[in-house]
Each structure stands twice: as C-alpha cells, then as structure tokens.
Design a protein around this ligand. Structure first.
Ligand SMILES: Cc1cc2nc3c(=O)[nH]c(=O)nc-3n(C[C@H](O)[C@H](O)[C@H](O)COP(=O)(O)OP(=O)(O)OC[C@H]3O[C@@H](n4cnc5c(N)ncnc54)[C@H](O)[C@@H]3O)c2cc1C
Length: 404
C-alpha cells in the first residue's frame, strides 16, 4: 500500500480484517497532506457527521460543523491507531516496477517486493498551473494552494485568483478580507448553496443517492472525473460562498483567463452565459432533490422548496488587464490538482498521465487504486467515500491472491 491518508488506511483496515499481510508505506507522516499541503484557515467542506471511516466516525458535540485541518489530522491519526495500521512513516516510494510474480518497490527504506499493490498516494499531489503563467511579467509573484498559507504570505497589492472552484472562491474571499483588491477569473464552475430547505446541501447529496451513483452508471464518467469541485466552504455560520456572495463583498469577477500577451492578461467574455449554465445545472440538481423528497415522503422533514437567485453578472467585466502596471502583485493559481506518478514505472498511465483503471482495478494484474475522483462512486475522493470503495477493492484483491 502506498500512502497513509484516509484512503490507504481504510484499505489497510479491510486487509487486516482478512488477515492479509501488508505494509502501508508513507513518505511523511500519517495524514501527511492534511499536515503539510493545506492553507491555514481551511476547514472541511463536508460536515462533521459525514466524516466517517470503517468503524470510526465523528462523535463530538457539533455534528453540523466543519473540521479544521488539525482536527482532520487527529481524526485520521486516531483511526490509524485504533485500526493498528502497519504504517511505515518516512518511507518514500521512488520507483515501482514489474517483477516476477508481482512488483518491486524502491523506497528510501530499502527495496520491497509485493504480489499486489494498492496506490493510495492521493489525487491532489501537484497543483495544475497553465503554461501561460510563464508569459506573465516578472513583477508578479505566483502562488498555488500548495504553497499559499494565509494572506500574509502575499505581497501587498492586488491579487488575481484564477479558478472559481472550492479552492478559488475560498482563497478569493479570505484574501479580499485581508484588504487586498481581488479579481477572480471564473471559468466553468459548480454552484451550490451551503444549505437547502434547512439541510446541509451535502445531506441532500447523500440522502438522495446522488453521491452513491456508481461510475458505471454515469453517462460520461471521464467528464465526471474532471468536474471542478463545488463552490462551498465550511464555516461556523454555514454561509454560502457563491459568486453572488463574492461579488457582494467587492471581489471583481472576470471571465476565464484565456491568454497573456505583451504583459496583458486577456479574459474571455460571455460571463452571463457561464453563470446561466451553472444556475441551470444547480436548478436541475435541486429539482432532483425535491422529486426525491416527494417520492420518499420526506417533504415534512424539510422546509419548503426554494430557488437560488440567479448569479448576477457584473455590469461590465474587464476583458483585459495590464499585469505590468503594478495593479496586480500576485496571482493565485486555483486551477486544480493532479496526482503525481513519476515513480510509477508500470505501463498503466494514459496519454494525459492518469491511471488506466476500471473502478479502481488498475490495468496491470494485482494493482489497485483508491481515493481518485469518481473512482467507483461520485463520493470516492471524499473521506466518507473511502469505505465502500476500499471494501470492494480489497475483496477483489483477496480474490486475486486466492487465484479466483
Ligand atoms: C484543498 C482540499 C480540500 C479538501 N476538502 C475535503 C473535504 O472537505 N471533505 C472531504 O471528504 N475531502 C476533501 N478533500 C479531498 C480528500 O479528502 C483529500 O484529497 C484527501 O487528502 C485524499 O485522501 P487520500 O488518502 O486519497 O490521499 P492523501 O491524503 O493525499 O494521502 C496520500 C498519502 O500518500 C503519500 N504519498 C504520496 N506519494 C508517495 C510516495 N511516492 N511514497 C510514499 N508515500 C507517498 C502522501 O504523503 C500522503 O500522505 C479535499 C482535498 C483538498 C486538496
């Protein structure tokens, strides 16, 4: 097993249940990404009641709250302790290659041979930054969610945040509150209110079965796997952080960053269409929830159906910005993440560098993956999504070992 995040630890728990001898190799510490790769103010956007792993769940006084990163670390570390996971921390896997009847791993702690391998090394190892970063003038400082910690890490002055998914909207709001003028460049996005009909929106996702939808029931699973994360934040106030909220605060909204020419950032037009599309998809999702509530006689448990106000397009949005003028001092690239498989020397990557797999069964005998977006279900990359996927994949792995 590579990786002692929640996904690898969930799989380890099921291996232990089946008395399958294994080791969890972790380059850092347990829950390493939550310890070292997140910004200071981050809280889960999933509510506490949804933080659950096999036989381990949140049981504190605030089920509707949202964990801070240090609370997430404690939650995962406690799971590892109770499950007595055989974790070898400080063990970096630098190469995995096919070997006779299995795989050979080169690690900072020596070579390891295994018949089966579970890759639980994370989906968000590397921030994705478009090439047009390199065309920007040198006066602009660059940050990604991996190196941004708080607004104090930015130079004074204007900030361009590129990308309006969960990370982009959260950082735009926080940086704006620090007193810096913020421009947010918005491309395709997923709008969600924090609560709907009195319940957390993620309660609806779970109760209605949307989050349990399987990868082989989704029309275009490749697209589903690439969808941006929803515009959500976990705050004690359960506040909605959509583009109306950001615009209302004074964050300037512009279109997708399409090019940088002679020091000028060029933004796509058509914000109105982009907003209308996100609003339409949200309305369809809320229709699905309403229909589910009627079908399952849950209407009485929730308040009346409501609809969100359309996203307000700015009167006129800028189509370009002179990056050399001093108006923008830093750019925060909230343009997504990708996994890092530079150590993987088994021919299982597609032309874009993503693992070829069928619901986590990787395209090489005895190799499995966990924790990737929509791996087996829509919830796969979330903490509460690991249990079902890990149980099923470890069952498959046990069958493979038994020669079934
Ligand atoms: C900004 C952000 C916010 C998120 N918010 C939520 C949320 O609110 N709720 C939710 O449920 N999920 C959330 N997620 C998604 C998800 O829970 C995390 O991505 C989670 O960290 C994934 O768990 P994992 O076990 O798959 O991977 P990770 O936690 O990334 O664990 C992988 C582990 O593998 C180790 N590793 C990697 N490569 C090697 C190697 N070569 N050798 C040895 N060890 C290696 C890493 O050090 C790491 O410890 C969020 C993700 C991000 C990035």
């Amino acid at each position: 097993m590579i990786g002692a995040g929640h996904a690898g630890l969930a799989a380890s728990r099921f291996l232990t249940d089946r008395s399958i001898d294994h080791a969890v190799l972790e380059r850092g510490e347990i829950a390493n990404s939550w310890r070292h790769e997140r910004w200071d103010s981050l809280r889960l956007l999933t509510p506490n009641w949804q933080s659950r792993l096999p036989d381990h769940h949140y049981d504190g006084p605030d089920p509707d709250g949202y964990m801070t990163t240090s609370e997430v670390v404690d939650f995962i570390a406690e799971f590892a302790r109770v499950a007595q996971a055989p974790v070898r921390t400080g063990t970096n896997v630098t190469s995995v290659a096919p070997a006779e009847d299995g795989y050979r791993l080169t690690t900072s702690g020596g070579d390891v041979w295994c018949r089966t391998l579970v890759i639980a090394s994370g989906a968000c190892n590397l921030p994705v930054v478009p090439l047009l970063r390199d065309a920007m003038p040198p006066s602009v400082a660059h940050f990604t969610p991996a190196d941004y910690r708080n607004p104090g890490s930015l130079p004074p002055g204007g900030v361009l945040v590129v990308g309006a998914s969960a990370t982009g909207v959260q950082l735009a709001a926080e940086i704006h509150r620090s007193g810096r003028p913020v421009t947010l460049s918005v491309g395709e996005h997923v709008r969600l209110p924090r609560t709907y009909r009195g319940r957390d929106i993620l309660w609806w996702m779970e109760a209605s079965g949307v989050w349990d939808q399987r990868y082989d029931e989704i029309d275009d699973v490749t697209r589903a796997r690439r969808l941006p994360s929803p515009q959500l934040v976990g705050t004690p106030e359960r506040a909605t952080l959509d583009l109306n909220a950001l615009g209302g605060m004074g964050v300037a909204l512009v279109g997708r960053l399409s090019a940088v020419r002679e020091g000028r950032a060029l933004f796509s037009g058509g914000l109105k269409n982009l907003f209308a599309l996100a609003d339409l998809k949200l309305a369809r999702l809320l229709d699905t929830f309403d229909a589910w509530a009627v079908r399952h006689a849950r209407d009485a448990d929730v308040s009346e159906p409501e609809r969100c106000e359309p996203t307000r397009a700015p009167q006129s949005s800028r189509l370009q910005m002179d990056l050399a003028s001093g108006e923008i001092r830093s750019v925060v690239w909230a343009t997504g993440f990708r996994p890092d498989y530079r150590w993987l020397h088994v021919p299982v990557l597609d032309e874009k560098g993503y693992l070829r797999h069928e619901g986590g069964v990787v395209d090489s005998p005895g190799v499995y993956a966990l924790g990737l977006p929509v791996l087996r279900r829509r919830k796969s990359s979330f903490i509460h999504g690991a249990e079902d996927d890990a149980r099923e994949l470890i069952e498959h792995l046990a069958g493979y070992l038994a020669g079934v």
